[in-house]
Ligand binder design. Sequence first.
Ligand code: FE
Ligand code: FE
Ligand code: MG
Length: 166
Amino acid sequence: MAEIGRSIVKMDVDDLLNLLNKALADEWLAYYQYWIGAKVVKGPMKDAVIAELTLHATEELTHAELLATRIVQLGGTPVLSPDKWSEITNCGYDAPEDPYVEIVLDQNIKGEQCAIRTYSKLLDITREADPVTYNIILQIITDEVEHEEDLAALKEDLELMLMRRK
Ligand code: FE
Ligand code: FE
Ligand code: MG
């Protein structure tokens, strides 16, 4: 554990660890939602959507890596069992039971919007109290904003294409 590194955190470290573990659960669920979505998605523009979902999956995994590393640095234990993910998640999990592209895009847009709100709160909490965690969350939220935009752009392309066909 980074003893001095931990001592400079100006908030309750257990509260912070709790928030970081909730975000870690979100990232694993987001990873799987993208990963499995890319496997089952069907409909127009499927190839472009699969490419984006697959890339986002890998980026969510990178976020999980950043969070778990920070949790260990602070002397915490990253959530050890997948059973816990759905218990502690902020943003939940939307199974792509209907594999139509537009539905899958909407589910993931909803997930990104929740992630952005969650990380925005974490930025507020850590801004003064823990600049090291703040910096990590800033990297992550920058990706989440890009993710929302990428999915919204795909949805717009899809809608334009379907409109032209009528
Ligand atoms: Fe993420
Ligand atoms: Fe994301
Ligand atoms: Mg992207």
